[in-house]
Design a binder for this molecule. Structure first.
Ligand code: ACO
Length: 333
């Protein structure tokens, strides 16, 4: 049978897990480090605190704990996993990929491993990629992770960015063996004309590491915050319309929206554009900040484990990040 004759299989999520480092950095801790205030951070972002990994705790360590929790909740063993995809912008190393580090740590010896770099959209891009392998039947069990040690690429002297970010990891197990909790629609987008608005300029082929790139603090995240804000609202609203249209729905048919946890004001703007209650949006950014690719899988795991998301609920996740990249996915729980 060739690819065009292949019947695509449903892809479902059978387990979730997450991990947050123990150390908490509050807004008042930040007040002691930079010229800022708890009031400014809360009112501009909604963030109250974030978790920060230990110096000897790496992206793959956090990813591996989240993965083991997802594996346990799915009731499978690490050896059942055919493919590991990690969405991250803060990998352990430039290479090998972080998924390989995770594989070594959890003993998923039968898996193929690679990372996807789509900044804050990394988890949905990774899950959609896994979905393609599973839907065609190429593989049957995927471990998909969003994991970030953003504290390692944050400029702790830049008050415009360092107040936003936190560390953590979330993971799901996806399979083509069941119809429960299946992905019913997805939509991804990118705009490579806007790479300059959000990036880490140093350490790649444009600006290889040198004393000058270190002096210029080019190995840290740079962001034109207000521009990113406008594009984030516009692209996430568009993604919601496109993904719901694919299955003849509107956002009114959705029970829970899990947005990228960048900024409370972005989430409020999206809710009000659709005339929807903010109560429908799952929000944990007040406690964890923006964890980039880890934001959605951590929020998803917390909402499932707390019983907020119930059987039959329709969940819409929507993301936006550097690139720019954006996307949305609907899952019927
Ligand atoms: N504390 C106190 N004042 C501050 C701080 C701070 N931490 N940071 C900036 N300011 C000051 C600025 O210097 C400026 O002062 P001025 O008016 O005297 O020049 C003033 O506050 C306003 O600054 P803006 O940057 O215009 O503030 P804004 O309201 O845009 O909020 C923020 C900044 C929170 C970063 C916002 O733009 C934002 O959230 N943007 C979107 C971020 C996002 O969505 N990222 C998603 C992707 S992230 C990824 O992909 C990794």
């Amino acid at each position: 049978m060739n690819v065009t004759e292949t019947t695509l299989q449903n892809v479902a999520i059978i387990g979730t897990g997450s991990y947050l480092p123990e150390k908490i950095l509050t807004n008042s801790d930040l007040e002691k480090m930079i010229d800022t205030s708890d009031e400014w951070i809360r009112s501009r972002t909604g963030i109250e605190q974030r978790h920060i990994a230990r110096d000897d705790e790496y992206t793959s360590d956090m990813a591996a704990v989240a993965a083991e929790r997802a594996i346990e909740s799915a009731g499978i063993s690490a050896e059942d996993i055919d493919i590991i995809i990690v969405g991250t912008l803060s990998p352990d190393m430039q290479f090998p990929n972080t998924a390989c580090f995770v594989q070594g740590k959890i003993g998923a010896k039968n898996a193929i491993c690679f990372d996807i770099e789509a900044a804050c959209s990394g988890f949905l891009f990774s899950l959609e990629t896994a979905k393609q392998f599973l839907a065609t039947g190429t593989y049957s069990t995927a471990l998909v992770i969003g994991a970030e040690k953003l504290s390692s690429v944050t400029d702790w002297e830049d008050r415009g960015t360092c107040i936003l970010f936190g560390d953590g990891a979330g993971a799901v197990i996806a399979t083509n063996k069941t119809d429960q909790n299946k992905i019913i629609a997805s939509h991804l987008g990118s705009d490579g004309k806007l790479t300059h608005l959000l990036n880490i300029p140093g350490g790649g082929s444009i600006n290889p590491a040198s004393l000058q790139t270190i002096e210029d603090r080019m190995h840290f995240m740079k962001m034109t915050g207000n521009e990113v804000f406008k594009h984030a609202v516009r692209c996430m609203c568009k993604a919601i319309k496109q993904v719901t249209a694919k299955c003849d729905m509107t956002i009114d048919d959705i029970d829970w929206v899990i947005p990228h946890q960048a900024n409370m004001r972005i989430i409020q703007a999206i809710a009000s554009r659709f005339d929807n209650s903010i109560d429908k949006f799952i929000i944990n950014l007040d406690q964890v900040g923006n964890m980039s690719a880890a934001s959605v899988p951590v929020a998803m795991d917390e909402a499932i484990k707390s019983g907020k998301i119930k059987k039959g609920d329709k969940i819409l996740s929507v993301v936006f990040g550097g690139g720019f990249t954006w996307g949305a996915m609907i899952i019927e729980w």
